[in-house]
Every structure is written in structure tokens, then in C-alpha cells.
Write a new protein. Structure first.
Lengths: 186, 428
């Protein structure tokens, strides 16, 4: 992750921003069914859990000693990620929002996503690896106002009519999980 | 405000005061009378296999290090330096020879013994290090790999404490020749709720499913729970709920895990694995228990086991209105790694901080705490009378048994709770 992002033209960067800003607007407007159309049908949506790890003494003096990667229990680990989902589970979450008996979303939360630091890291034929950061403000009636913060590690597929999300790994910046749910679309 | 414990829970525990859930004085008594006197769950032996392995745990709000000693024994010590009180362990888990306090580098062995005081060489009278180890949890015992600790030196043995719950726990554990294991570090979720409501929810309250979770749980599944569901209390505070499937139920309808997402997305490989376990269940746990399709379990005071989505959970109090709710995915220890990775999603997709269902539970737990704090409603205690007196002994199963709508599991819990708080009453 130390590599510099790929040099892109302003047009390419604008294309990525346009996609991500549109996505954020759909989610903040609670248009989750339209958001689903941005996903590839074989999408993988991963949220690793984040562990307080023991420092490896032998790595002292090196950046690797405190690498973020050591803290993540992801899909390939034998720990337990928070989410490992495909299209069907994401669809279940999206459709749930429009049921009158989804009590934890009734009334629905008010959210605002700010997406930035968009970096194209790899590009091969129609597949793009893109990093982005987000702050998600979440105000839930009868509860708290909460700020989620994290990084998204996306694989996008470039198609004639725009991008599709093939894989998203969300690295959340939490110490303790003091939020009502990690079940949002980040 | 002074509270009388006998006013909080009425004679048959069908009325429970709102103050049970919200009062600081009640919480102080709970710490002393319940968390100071019970067997509390610390972890699973699968987490500390090798000498030097350790995991963190809590006993109520007290931070604990659970470790495997160089002698192969299991140790539990309070994570607080004898010199100035700092935690000597900061990692969730790992393997070490020494726990070192950052302040003056007093160091402790993995068993909790004080090994070095760096300043010692500069003073004449040396401290007696044998008296200055980490404070050891006086009683530590395991059953089926589950490690418990107690601050009460005189507590009854763990086996006896679990009592007839072992019959129901073994209906699950004994299915797996190599036992079970916990995957990774616990998910630690802070919820603005009283610790007892997650406990009650998992002790026997399966009947909220049809209502709170109706956006997700199909009505057919819920009807089957009502039709085949049994609720059991073995000892007050311990309970189990399960569906008892009729004889000759097809394997796919009774097998553990078959109804969860892992089997749906895992395809033939996972499904055949689950069928194989069920095929052996008759021989391993007997006919009756092989037909049990578990739902929720509770071990007094704050351990829960969710059989259907295979997770262990502990409700660690952080005051009357906050809980640090820990949960782990649990899998058969001898399952192939790729199957373990699929089975863990049975838990994480629906429970835990990202769970589609549990986000609805955590919401109502927090809302219940708000309701337990309002004024001018103390003459409206919560009604716990559903099914009062309708539970009965069963010819083939230990404990008192009833339909799942009977709230006797909670009444028994609060009867024990009241008795233990009364025993702890008196000047702090």
C-alpha cells in the first residue's frame, strides 16, 4: 500500500469522482435499490474486524511493526470478519429498509457521506483498484449522532454504461465498536 | 434514594421494577452479590493452546488475562500491575513470556508471578516478590473446554454450578468428536443498555422473533418455533430453548447449521458436512438430543450461547446503562478451514455488530434502558407474568419445561437475582 497511485488524467479522476459522488448521494437519499444496480452480481463486500495485536518485537524499528494490516481479521484470516457478503445479503439489507417493520430503521437514520482521497492504484484492461476514504455522519432519531470513519478498498469493473463494484473491503477506524450497527452501506 | 430489594421483584417475580435496570445502587449490589459470587465465563481452551498463549477477558468490569502457563495449566489474573495499577497486557490475544508494565517495567510471568523489579538493585531492602504477583482469580475451572473463573473461593465446583444445563450443552458439544473452537478475537460491541436484557433475550425470549424481526425471519420459521419449541429452566438463571423435531424428521430439516446462510451459500460441500454430523448425532448424543434443533441458551449470570447461529456471547456490564457485549463465532474444531470460514458467517451475517437481526435487538435493548429511567412510572413495573405457573417437569428431559411464550425463564432468573442481591445487602 505504499505505492504512489497511478498517474491519471483529470478526466479519469473526474470519472471516478462522478461515480463515487453519485453512489454517496444515492445512499444518503436512501435509494438503496438504485445503489444495488452499481454492484456486480458477483460482488464481495467485506468488513474485517479490527484487533489490538501484540507487537512483534523482532519488527521494532520497522514500519511493519505497526502496520494497519496486522490489525485486520479479513476474509482470508481464521478470525471472524464483521461482514463477508455477496449480492443476496446486500439485497436483503437493501430491501429491509423499505419494510414498515424494520424497527431499527424506523424512523430511518439521517446520513451524510463525504468521500475523498480517491486514488487509482491499479488499472488492467477493464478492472480498476481504487482507494477512497469516507466520513459518514449518522443521526438516528431517539439515539445518538455518530461519525463513522474508514477506508474503502474497491475493485471496480469498467463497463460501457459506467462502473460496477466487484469487491469492496471497508477498513473501519474504531477502537471499541460504539455505534448502533456496522450493517450500513459504507 | 434508598431501595429495598424486596420491593423490586414481587413474590412470584411476575412484576419487575424499572429500577432493576437503571439504579446505580442496584448495580453496586449486582457487582458484589452476583459478579463477585458466580462462575463467570472467561474464554475457551481453543484460544490458548500453547504455553504462553493469552487472551483478554472481563469479570464484570474487572479486566482479566487468561493464559496457558508453562506447566500447561490455565491461569486467570487481574490485568493490573501491583505497583501502580496499570494494565500489563494491552493486546487482545497473543503469546508471550512476560507481561511488562509500561510505567516502571515491573514484569510478570505468563502465570502472573512477579519476576523482576528493575529498581530493586538500587535499594537495600528488597520487596518480597512472591507476595506481589498479579492478583490471581482464586477459582478457575473448565468444562468441555469452556473456562470459567470466580472471585468466590468457596463457590461450588463448576460442574455442579452448571448442573443439568450440561445435558443441553452436550446436545451440541457432543456432536463434534473434536469439540468446538472459537474463531479469532471477540467482537466487542458497546450498547447503551443494561446487561440483563441481552441475557434475558438469549435465555429464553425467542418469542420476540415473530415481531421485532418480522422483516427478516419468515413467518413459517417462526410458526415452527411456536409449534415445536420448548423452553427449559434447569436451575434458576440457566435455560435453553430448542425445537424438538419429530422422529423420522429428514436430516436436512434437523441438522445443525442447515437453516443458516452458510449452508445456503456453501453448497454441497458444506451441506454434506452438516449432514454427516447429523447422521452421527444419534449415536453421539442419543435419539432425543439428536432431534434437538437448538435456539438460545443462557448460563447465569451473563453467558449466552446461540445454537442456531452458533455464537457465544457475554454481556459485560459497564454501569447500569452500558454493556460491552462480546461475541465469538463458534465452529467444530476439526472442520476444514474453508468450511470454518463459511460457517462463521452463520453468526456474523445475522448477529454481532453487523448482524441483520441483532441491530434490531440492540436497538430495543437501548430503548428499554430509556424506558427504565423515566419518572412518574414507578407504579408501573414491567409485567413478567406470561404463563405463570405453567412450566412442568418432563419425563425425558431435566428441568422445568414449557412453551416458549412462557416467561418463566425470566421469572426464575429474577428470583435468583433477588435472593443474591438480598444476601449482599448491607453497608458497602
Amino acid at each position: 500500500m505504499s505505492a504512489l497511485s497511478i498517474e491519471v488524467t483529470p478526466e479519469q479522476q473526474r470519472q471516478l469522482e462522478r461515480f463515487y459522488f453519485h453512489e454517496a448521494r444515492l445512499l444518503d437519499n436512501r435509494q438503496y435499490l438504485q445503489w444495488l444496480t452499481l454492484l456486480s452480481e458477483d460482488v464481495r463486500y467485506i468488513i474485517p474486524s479490527r484487533v489490538n495485536v501484540q507487537v512483534n518485537n523482532r519488527a521494532r524499528g520497522q514500519e511493519d511493526m505497526i502496520s494497519v494490516e496486522h490489525e485486520l481479521e479479513g476474509e482470508d484470516s481464521m478470525g471472524c470478519p464483521h461482514r463477508e457478503e455477496g449480492y443476496i445479503l446486500l439485497m436483503l439489507r437493501a430491501e429491509r429498509a423499505y419494510k414498515i417493520n424494520s424497527w431499527s430503521e424506523n424512523p430511518p437514520a439521517r446520513t451524510r457521506r463525504i468521500v475523498g482521497n480517491i486514488e487509482l492504484m491499479e488499472h488492467s484492461s477493464d478492472t480498476l483498484s481504487v482507494l477512497s476514504n469516507f466520513h459518514l455522519y449518522y443521526a438516528r432519531p431517539g439515539s445518538d449522532n455518530i461519525l463513522y470513519s474508514g477506508q474503502r478498498r474497491d475493485t471496480l469493473l469498467s463497463q460501457a454504461d459506467g462502473f460496477r463494484i466487484v469487491r469492496r473491503e471497508v477498513v473501519l477506524d474504531y477502537a471499541a465498536i460504539e455505534v448502533p450497527t456496522l450493517g450500513l452501506f459504507f | 434514594m434508598s431501595l429495598n430489594i424486596s420491593d423490586l421483584v414481587n413474590e412470584d417475580a411476575s412484576l419487575i421494577s424499572r429500577r432493576c435496570w437503571s439504579d446505580e445502587g442496584v448495580y453496586a449490589l449486582e457487582k458484589r452479590g452476583i459478579f463477585g459470587k458466580s462462575w463467570l465465563f472467561l474464554g475457551h481452551e481453543s484460544q490458548i493452546r500453547a504455553p504462553g498463549d493469552f487472551v483478554q477477558a472481563y469479570m464484570c468490569e474487572t479486566p482479566i488475562i487468561v493464559s496457558r502457563g508453562q506447566d500447561g495449566g490455565i491461569y486467570a489474573n487481574i490485568n493490573s500491575c501491583t505497583h501502580r495499577g496499570l494494565p500489563v497486557c494491552r493486546a487482545d490475544h497473543g503469546n508471550t513470556k512476560r507481561f511488562v508494565c509500561p510505567y516502571h517495567n515491573w514484569s510478570y510471568s505468563v502465570e502472573g508471578n512477579l519476576m523482576t523489579i528493575p529498581q530493586e538493585s538500587e535499594v537495600v531492602r528488597k520487596p518480597d516478590k512472591t507476595q506481589l504477583g498479579l492478583k490471581r482469580v482464586p477459582r478457575v475451572e473448565s468444562w468441555r473446554g469452556m473456562i470459567f473463573g470466580s472471585f468466590d473461593e468457596a463457590i461450588i465446583p463448576l460442574d455442579e454450578y452448571l448442573g443439568d444445563m450440561r445435558f443441553y450443552l452436550d446436545a451440541f458439544f457432543d456432536r463434534f468428536p473434536a469439540g468446538i473452537e472459537f474463531m479469532g478475537a471477540p467482537h466487542r460491541w458497546v450498547i447503551n443498555a443494561n446487561w440483563k436484557l441481552p441475557v434475558e433475550n438469549q435465555l429464553g425470549d425467542v418469542n420476540h422473533g415473530a415481531f421485532l424481526h418480522s422483516a427478516i425471519i419468515p413467518i413459517e420459521a417462526q410458526q415452527l418455533i411456536e409449534k415445536l419449541g420448548h423452553s427449559v429452566v434447569t436451575t434458576p438463571g440457566h435455560g435453553a430453548t430448542f425445537r424438538l423435531m419429530p422422529e423420522n424428521t429428514p436430516v436436512d430439516d434437523v441438522a445443525w447449521g442447515m437453516e443458516a446462510v452458510g449452508s445456503i451459500f456453501g453448497g454441497d460441500e458444506v451441506q454434506n458436512y452438516l449432514r454427516e454430523i447429523q447422521t452421527q448425532a444419534h449415536e453421539r448424543v442419543g435419539d432425543l438430543r439428536s432431534r434437538m434443533k437448538g435456539l438460545t441458551y443462557g448460563i447465569y449470570p451473563n453467558l449466552s450461547f446461540l445454537w442456531s447461529n452458533t455464537s457465544f456471547k457475554v454481556s459485560h456490564p459497564r454501569g447500569p446503562g452500558k454493556v460491552e457485549y462480546w461475541s465469538w463465532a463458534v465452529v467444530p474444531a476439526d472442520a476444514p478451514d474453508n468450511i470454518k470460514k463459511i460457517l462463521r458467517t452463520n453468526y456474523s451475517s445475522f448477529f454481532g455488530p453487523a448482524g441483520i437481526l441483532e441491530q434490531e435487538d440492540s436497538e430495543v435493548w437501548a430503548q428499554q434502558f430509556l424506558g427504565s429511567n423515566i419518572d412518574f412510572a414507578d407504579d408501573r413495573p414491567y409485567y413478567y407474568g406470561l404463563g405463570l405457573g405453567e412450566e412442568k417437569p418432563h419425563p425425558d428431559m431435566p428441568g422445568l419445561v414449557s412453551v416458549t411464550a412462557n416467561e418463566f425463564y425470566a421469572r426464575h432468573f429474577f428470583t435468583r437475582w433477588k435472593k443474591e442481591l438480598q444476601a449482599a445487602e448491607g453497608p458497602l
